[in-house]
Design a protein around this ligand. Sequence first.
Ligand code: PXP
Length: 247
Amino acid sequence: MILLGVNIDHCATVRQARYRQVAVTDGGVIEPDPVALAVLAERAGADGITVHLREDRRHIQERDVWRLRESIATRLNLEMTCTPAMTEFALKLKPDFVCLVPENREEVTTEGGLDVVGGRGRVRDCVAAMNAAGIKASLFIDPDEAQIECAAAVAAPFVELHTGAYASACHTPQQGREFQRLRLGTAQAHELGLTVNAGHGINYVNIAEVRTLPHLHELNIGHSIISRALFTGIDEAVREMKARMNA
Ligand code: PXP
């Protein structure tokens, strides 16, 4: 069975669209509350909750993350950049998982995978700090042979393979090639002893193919679930995705 991590960042995006200037991000008339959404997602079958605390705090705020830490019953996965400030924050928070991602202020969403090869020392130190604190570290990387090899070399227990290029190539001849890269990547990561997650751009249509990737442990899905929840409610949106993941 493939597990589902629900990324709730875009619930906070909607809140920030109205309440960016307000100091306290919850209570009173401030809506929607991502923590309340997380609890409902869990009741619908989410196996974990994922949030990205971005440097520019464009959606999730620190207070959301602390409230999630106290409120959710499943597992908290904190996406973060590999900086000393975020490492210090994660060590205080003690989420169940961290996922190290690249971050660029100009991007609309996380665009490429983390360059583990180029930032090997920095990533290795961060993974070591997480391993020592009992926090499971995952590296969000493209399905690239050298990056996967380096992820294993820096002792990360998990990788999350970036499915964005595959998802963006929808209905083009490139999509088959991107899927093949993911197939090879999942197999390579598994052989190296890494637990394999995947995420980015997964939706209710492409899940039919994504779910056939070998060795998948967990998928992290945000935008499509939050979008569907606007029409069906979060309960049905999560149940439907879980059903399609494990059809
Ligand atoms: N995994 C990672 C590492 C991400 O950065 C994101 C986007 O925040 C996702 C998964 C979820 O992507 P999407 O919102 O496209 O489902």
